[in-house]
Design a protein around this ligand. Structure first.
Ligand code: NAD
Length: 276
C-alpha cells in the first residue's frame, strides 16, 4: 500500500480523507468536472455541483452522488461568465455547508478560429468563463479559507496553459492566464494552510473534445476513429487520451495533506504533450 492509499482510509474504516470538507467544483455536470466531483465525494467531501445541462439529469446526478458516497450534494447553476451569479454560488455553499474548503475551477469552453475571424463575443466568453471566473471564485472563497487556515484551490488549466496551438487564441490566452493567477494566489497564501495549484491536461475525450473530433472528421472526410488518431498523433506522444478519472485522482491528491507544500505548481498530465 502506498502512502497515498494510506491517506485515503483512516483507521476505524468508513472515514475518508476529506470528511468534513466542503467543495465547489465548477463545470461539474459533464466531463472532467463531473469525475472530479465524484472523486472528492468519494473521499467524504460535501459537494456543490455547478454547470449547465438537462435539469432532470442534473438532479439525478446530484441524488445518485449523494447516496453513493453518503455526503450532501447541492447544485447551483451559476453562469461562470456572470460575476454576480458566481458570488451568489460561493455564498450559498458557505451558508449551506458552513465553509468552502476546496475550490476546483474547472468550467471551460472552447472556440476554434484563426484570429482575424475570431468572433469578439467568443473571445469575451472564453476569457470570462475560462479565466475571470477563477479570479471571482477565489476572491470570494479566500477570506474563509484564510480565516480557517486551510484551503485547496485546484485550477483545471490545460497543456494549452504551457504551450500554444494555432486557432485557439482565446483558450490559450485564458489558460496561460490561469497559470499566472495560480502562481500569484500561491504566493499570497504561501505561509498559510491554503494552497493553489493548476492541472494541465492534454487531450481528454469529453464532450468539449468530441466536438473537435467531429469537426476534424468532417473537415478531413475521415471516420471518427481516424479523426481521434489524427488529433492524438499531432500533440500527444502516448497516442492515448488522458481519462477524467486520472485527473480526478490528481485533484484528490492535491487536496491531501501530502500535497501541503505543493504551491503554485502547473502539473501536466498530458501523455507527453509538453515534453516535446
Ligand atoms: P465539458 O464540455 O465536458 O464540460 C465543461 C463543463 O463546464 C460542463 O459542466 C459545462 O456545463 C460547464 N460550463 C460551460 N460553460 C459554463 C458556464 N458559462 N458556467 C458554468 N458552467 C459552464 O468539458 P471538459 O473537457 O470536461 O472540460 C473541463 C475543463 O477541462 C475545461 O476548463 C477545459 O478547458 C479543461 N481541459 C479539457 C481538456 C480536454 O481534452 N477535454 C484538456 C485540457 C483542459
Amino acid at each position: 500500500m502506498s502512502s497515498f492509499d494510506c491517506a485515503l482510509v483512516l483507521p476505524g474504516g468508513g472515514n475518508v480523507m476529506l470528511n468534513g470538507k466542503n467543495a465547489i467544483v465548477t463545470g461539474s455536470t459533464s466531463g472532467i468536472g463531473l469525475e472530479i466531483a465524484h472523486g472528492l465525494a468519494k473521499q467524504g467531501a460535501r459537494i456543490m455541483l455547478n454547470g449547465f445541462g438537462d435539469e432532470q439529469q442534473i438532479e439525478t446526478t446530484r441524488v445518485t452522488m449523494s447516496e453513493a458516497y453518503n455526503v450532501d450534494v447541492l447544485y447551483n447553476g451559476a453562469d461562470m461568465s456572470k460575476p454576480n451569479e458566481i458570488y451568489a454560488m460561493v455564498d450559498q455553499a458557505g451558508t449551506a455547508f458552513g465553509s468552502v474548503d476546496i475550490l476546483v475551477n474547472n468550467a471551460g469552453i472552447q472556440h476554434i478560429s484563426v484570429i482575424e475571424e475570431f468572433p469578439v463575443e467568443k473571445w469575451d466568453a472564453i476569457i470570462a468563463i475560462n479565466l475571470s471566473s477563477n479570479f471571482h471564485t477565489i476572491r470570494a472563497a479566500m477570506p474563509g479559507m484564510k480565516k480557517r487556515n486551510w484551503g485547496r484551490i485546484v485550477n483545471v488549466a490545460s497543456a494549452h496553459g504551457l504551450v500554444a496551438s494555432a486557432t485557439k487564441a482565446a483558450y490559450v490566452a485564458a489558460k496561460h492566464g490561469v497559470l499566472g493567477l495560480t502562481k500569484v494566489v500561491a504566493l499570497e497564501t504561501a505561509t498559510t494552510g491554503v494552497t493553489c495549484n493548476a492541472i494541465c491536461p492534454g487531450w481528454v475525450l469529453t464532450p468539449l473534445v468530441q466536438k473537435q473530433v467531429d469537426d476534424r472528421a468532417e473537415r478531413d472526410s475521415v471516420s471518427l476513429e481516424r479523426a481521434k488518431e489524427l488529433l492524438l498523433s499531432e500533440k500527444q506522444p502516448s497516442k492515448e487520451f488522458v481519462t477524467p478519472a486520472q485527473i480526478a485522482a490528481l485533484t484528490v491528491f492535491l487536496c491531501s495533506e501530502d500535497a501541503a507544500q505543493m504551491r503554485g505548481a502547473a502539473i501536466n498530465i498530458d501523455g507527453g504533450w509538453v515534453a516535446q
